[in-house]
Design a protein around this ligand. Sequence first.
Ligand SMILES: [Fe+2]
Length: 268
Amino acid sequence: MTRIIQLSDIHMVEQRMLAYDVVDTAEYLAHAVSYISDLLPKIGPVDGIVITGDLTDHGRQAQYDRLKELLLPIRLPLCVLPGNHDDRDVMRAAFSEQLWKPENEMLNSHVQLGDVHVLALDCLVSGKSHGLLTSETLAWLENELAMLSGEPVIFALHHPPFVTGIGHMDAQPLHNAEELLQIVSNHRGPKMTICGHIHRYMTSHQPCGPVMIGPSVAHAVCPDLTEDGASQFTLEPGGFLLHSYDSAIKVFSSHYLPVGPHSGPFPF
Ligand SMILES: [Fe+2]
């Protein structure tokens, strides 16, 4: 069994700073790390962690340094990709151990965690809120997939390739979602697609298979599905996803695990 934890949208800030002047994102991450550390003996072994973008709030070196320091207690392989709040060059240097491909261009990578191949895609458009996969990234993706026929693949990126119904977030979409979904669809093997950006858990059942948005461990975009709903966030309990792949039956499954104070467990 391969098990992969998905964290998303951590939005790390420097010490004595709050995201949006409200959210102590470091505190939320520290809680999540502590919770995951306690949980590992019950869910392990876990093969690695994928962080689906917005690792930092402003893409500054000090923010990446603080993020890495807070993640240290979880000694698991890490696979990261940028979100619209990240800085490509600063992030490349901060995670120089990750084998970025193609070098010196986008922050795409192919990381094998257990039996699963994670194809982590860079859809960052510097200075913009929307996402875009460049033609070079899509060509690289197709090239990698040509060598993975029949293999289990997780496609990971920041922007969801589907409409969420949250208007102000759908206004900053992945511009070439259809191209990605077609490539995913063409892959002959077990697969799922994971992303972030919305800060709350959501699943879309696409013809190419499940596409899941992982929640943030900190703030969540309000679930306002009204037309012209306000751009707001809540501090409802955050969480993360635990993806499992059973190679005996070639099936993925996922748990949503909330993080935060709660009572229990109690015997049934
Ligand atoms: Fe975010």
